[in-house]
Design a protein around this ligand. Structure first.
Ligand SMILES: C[S@@+](CC[C@H](N)C(=O)[O-])C[C@H]1O[C@@H](n2cnc3c(N)ncnc32)[C@H](O)[C@@H]1O
Length: 304
């Protein structure tokens, strides 16, 4: 078990945020759910929980995300710790989408806050949220039902999702990489590359690595076991190493960054070259019609 840290959150911020949170309402919600029973609807026996995940207390919660308390407290706290505003920060990722996605996968979706926004932004897309914690998925599903949004929730490891190659047009990763050792983040980016079709886009939003390097104390705000390794690294470089091109990072309110890349046409892919040659531009090209994508098969998805 990891040694508890005396974080800025525990010493200073938590007492203030506790005043702002309706703890009674949270307790009522927590008690209204049979977490084990509902979690069992998602839990898959083939999902192996990695050691980096189960051995740490994220955000000071004993057992980390493998605890229903994490699923209950995550949203009420997160709304106060993504300055200047949680919705605005998440919107930066949505605004960076450059494809017309038909299938979207949100890896490490947690309680689904970004997943729901993706479904709202792209209502005709099939949207899947994947997470290692069945409890986070229970909470995510409640939110989707309340918002009347049809989203599929899947228990899984983002390093090895089990989905077929080339099955998504957009893969998003929100606020995950500061919580995974770099070697895991790199494996997840390789998985994103495998899952995307040619021209598909990967997008992440997370802490700004360069700001975190300059302001060491920011790394001590929460109990985040891997945040120093994350800030020492470079998402741009990791995406490039995974095979992505047109990799770009945009600073978002100085302490966050959106980083994205595109899966390029393989050098020897003659099918793709033929399709490009057959293509004749039209005046309506600036507005991409979703139906025009029909036939550029995203592989069948019935195998999930
Ligand atoms: C800080 S939360 C972010 C949740 C959500 N994406 C958001 O933006 O609020 C990190 C989430 O990633 C999940 N997670 C961590 N490692 C994972 C992995 N290898 N595969 C899938 N989910 C993972 C955790 O269970 C947790 O729900």
């Amino acid at each position: 078990m990891a040694i508890r840290q005396d974080t800025i959150w525990e010493r200073f911020l938590s007492p203030v945020v506790r005043l702002l949170i309706d703890e009674k309402a949270l307790r009522r919600y927590a008690q209204s759910v049979d977490w084990e029973k509902e979690g069992d609807r998602f839990r898959r026996s083939d999902v192996v929980i990695p050691d980096y995940y189960s051995s740490q207390n994220f955000h000071g919660i004993e057992g980390g995300y493998l605890n229903s308390g994490a699923a209950v407290s995550y949203d009420p706290i997160t709304q106060y710790v993504l300055p200047p505003n949680e919705a605005l920060i998440r919107q930066a990722l949505i605004d960076a989408v450059r494809v017309q996605p038909r299938r979207i996968l949100d890896l490490g979706c947690g309680t689904g806050s970004t997943t729901l926004m993706l479904k709202e932004a792209f209502p005709s897309a099939e949207v899947i949220g994947l997470d290692l914690s069945p409890y986070m998925l229970v909470r995510a599903e409640h939110k989707a039902i309340n918002a009347n949004l049809e989203i599929n929730w899947r228990h899984g490891n983002a390093e090895r999702t089990g989905f077929p190659d080339n099955s998504f047009d957009l893969v998003t990763v929100a606020l995950l990489f500061h919580e995974t050792p770099p070697v895991v983040s790199q494996a997840i980016l390789r998985e994103c590359f495998r899952l995307l079709g040619v021209g598909g886009q990967v997008l992440t939003i997370d802490g700004n690595q360069s700001t975190l390097r300059q302001l060491e104390w920011l790394n001590n705000v929460f109990e985040e076991p891997y945040i120093r390794e994350y800030s020492a690294g470079s998402l741009d470089a990791w995406m490039g190493e995974a095979g992505f091109e047109a990799v770009q990072t945009q600073d978002v309110w100085w302490i966050h960054q959106v980083t994205g890349g595109v899966k390029p046409i393989p050098v020897n892919d003659t099918t793709a070259e033929t399709n490009v040659r057959k293509y004749t531009s039209t005046q309506t090209d600036s507005i991409i019609d979703k139906d025009d994508l029909e036939g550029f098969g995203s592989p069948a998805f019935g195998t999930i």
